[in-house]
Design a protein around this ligand. Structure first.
Ligand SMILES: Cc1cc2nc3c(=O)[nH]c(=O)nc-3n(C[C@H](O)[C@H](O)[C@H](O)COP(=O)(O)OP(=O)(O)OC[C@H]3O[C@@H](n4cnc5c(N)ncnc54)[C@H](O)[C@@H]3O)c2cc1C
Length: 309
């Protein structure tokens, strides 16, 4: 199918883009990487009157560390994060583990991280990581600039706190301390489709004890989620000896936390290829594996193979 007719502008500055969006009203769409928008337009599920192409605004194509946070501008492509060195410390490792699960290389070369927040899909890897890390979303609109915490940003499937006329200029993530362990595990039906379940796990370990766990759930509800109950179940627990995430005993703390995530945090919806029982089982298993990976990552950063730091 061909998209319905639309007007097109390509502003050179952020204020020009915001003006264009304001004039376009509710039927204006931002074009970033176009990897979601153009498909939706071809299927005529989205019919904008105006497309505001932001690809000629150089100030949006920046990746910077500012005051201990990573600021990702609206034109930074997914593919940038394939190298763990693109971002300092464990955050770079977490991003590089996650990004390879997003579609395939041509899509990652055009699609943007920030575009994922414009879209607000429950199966977005970036959005769940933003939930786990308490990231901030920076918006600029006709009324000025505002910042929304990730926990307040996602309202439901493809529904976010972004108001008509607003442009997301950047997303900011706190950098992670050097010995923080990170893991990201994804389960999907076939190559290149969205995650059935994916989990980001971030562990802060002190003297062999988990001081803080952060867990982000991908496609486990109608929006990206943080698994607060599973995190609480892990706080103060000994990290223990290395464990094989594929053969974890049922009473292992990570297996227990996985079940808590599945039963208490997640609110999965049945899908054609996965009923609720299957989905909850997958969430428990994938969460436990991501935690094992994060624990291993902590051990290697701390320079030992034992269960302590
Ligand atoms: C086959 C296929 C598989 C995919 N698999 C995955 C996957 O596994 N995981 C995943 O996360 N994504 C996946 N995607 C989506 C892809 O990663 C997109 O790149 C992603 O949604 C970001 O969109 P974009 O930059 O291409 O934005 P666009 O497509 O340009 O825009 C998407 C939406 O966000 C809005 N928007 C974009 N940028 C801004 C901004 N700065 N301010 C305000 N609104 C904005 C647009 O108006 C539009 O509504 C897949 C896509 C395809 C085609």
């Amino acid at each position: 199918m061909k998209p319905a007719a639309f007007d097109y502008v390509a502003p050179r500055t952020v204020p020009e883009a915001v003006d264009a969006l304001e004039n376009g009203g509710r039927k204006a769409q931002v074009l970033a990487g176009g990897q979601s928008l153009l498909l939706e337009m071809h299927l005529e599920r989205v019919r904008p009157d105006l497309v505001v192409d932001i690809n000629r605004i150089p100030e949006l194509d920046t990746l910077r560390v500012v005051d201990g946070s990573l600021r990702v501008g609206a034109l930074v492509r997914h593919r940038v994060f394939e190298s763990a060195e693109a971002v300092p410390g464990p955050l770079g490792s977490l991003f590089s583990l996650a990004v390879v699960n997003i579609a395939h290389p041509p899509i990652r070369s055009r699609g943007t991280m920030v575009g994922s927040f414009g879209w607000g899909h429950p199966a977005s890897e970036w959005c769940a990581i933003a939930m786990a890390l308490d990231a901030d979303i920076d918006l600029r609109g006709p009324q000025g600039v505002r910042t929304v915490a990730a926990r307040d940003y996602f309202h439901g499937p493809l529904r976010t706190d972004r108001r008509p006329g607003e442009l997301i200029t950047s997303v900011r993530y706190p950098l992670l301390a050097e010995q923080t362990g990170v893991g990201f595990v994804e389960h999907r039906r076939t190559h290149f489709c969205f995650a059935q379940v994916a989990v980001a796990a971030v562990l802060t370990v002190d003297d062999g004890v988990i001081r803080e766990a952060r867990i982000g759930l991908v496609n486990c509800a109608d929006r990206p989620l943080r698994a607060h109950a599973a995190e609480r179940a892990l706080t103060g627990v000994e990290i223990g000896a290395p464990a094989d995430g594929y053969r974890l005993p049922e009473d292992h703390p990570f297996a227990r936390a996985g079940r808590v995530a599945a039963e208490r945090d997640a609110a999965p919806l049945a899908e054609p290829y996965a009923d609720l029982e299957y989905r909850r089982h997958a969430i428990a298993v994938v969460t436990a594996r991501a935690l094992c990976q994060a624990a291993d990552d902590h051990r290697s950063r701390a320079g030992g193979t034992k269960g302590d730091s």
